[in-house]
Write a protein of this length. Structure first.
Length: 263
């Protein structure tokens, strides 16, 4: 969200901006899938059982999200009053989340697939269909981060402060090295190779959401709270420094015009 917010604020245009938008969109989806796979392996009784659990959680989420997204777009085409879009979208989200919980699918991946399919199926009207939800964006952020902050425990954090340092450094190095290697592999422009790693430094909602899902997991009864506090502390660092890193990357790539630099 922070990366996209910086791009929108400075109205940047260019190959780095385009690449960042694509990476940010896929980054969360891939992260959720990898998290589900690793969680299944960690908690599964066998490799076969773990892979079966992951297949249900990931595959079920994709299928459920696609069906709900298509249904939302189908009924959206038949609604002429835009005031009904908001309750329609909220109903689709709540119903999909309830079904995801019942069928043991990834709730986050279900919601992400729902939004993607609804937007793609509705085509040019997708933005109009989902626009009303944007009015609730700030409220959702406030509630989400307030609930996440309620799990913050200074004593727990201090007991694992070295994990925060290792995680922050390792994540930044991994992001920069990985994106640079991928950019070289596909022969991306020099500006993309040099600066895309800085553009994806921010971290927020998805990481916290995945960490929170471990708090009440029986396998992580002893470490769940520590993981949440490590992610919360690192997110604070990333959200303070990340937007500056993204702005610097866009600036060095020449994708922020002179008039927009000082707004």
């Amino acid at each position: 969200a922070a990366t996209v917010a910086v791009i929108h604020e400075y109205r940047s245009r260019g190959p780095l901006t385009t690449s960042l938008l694509g990476v940010v969109a896929l980054d969360d989806a891939v992260g959720i899938i990898l998290f589900s796979l690793l969680l299944a392996i960690t908690t599964g009784t066998s490799i076969t059982g773990a892979m079966s659990m992951a297949a249900v959680e990931i595959g079920g989420a994709l299928m459920l999200g696609m069906v709900m997204g298509w249904a939302l777009a189908f009924f959206g085409h038949r609604v002429r009053n835009p005031h009904f879009f908001l309750p329609m979208v909220l109903s689709a989200i709540l119903l999909s989340q309830g079904l995801a919980e019942i069928w043991h699918c990834s709730a986050l991946l279900t919601a992400m697939t729902l939004g993607f399919v609804a937007r793609a199926t509705f085509k040019s009207g997708g933005e109009r269909l989902l626009a009303p939800v944007e009015y609730l964006e700030e409220l959702v952020f406030l509630v989400f981060f307030t609930l996440a902050g309620a799990h913050f425990d200074l004593d727990v954090l201090l007991s694992g402060v070295e994990l925060v340092i290792i995680y922050v450094v390792a994540r930044v190095l991994g992001k920069m090295a990985g994106t640079n290697l991928a950019a070289r592999f596909i022969a991306a422009p020099e500006s993309v190779r040099k600066y895309i790693g800085l553009g994806v430094v921010p971290q927020a909602g998805i990481a916290i959401g995945l960490a929170l899902s471990l708090v009440n997991h029986p396998v992580f009864a002893d470490s769940g709270l520590l993981i949440v506090n490590v992610i919360l502390a690192s997110t604070l660092i990333y959200e303070l420094l990340g937007p500056f890193a993204t702005r610097y990357a866009l600036l060095k790539a020449g994708e922020i015009s002179g008039e927009q630099r000082y707004e």
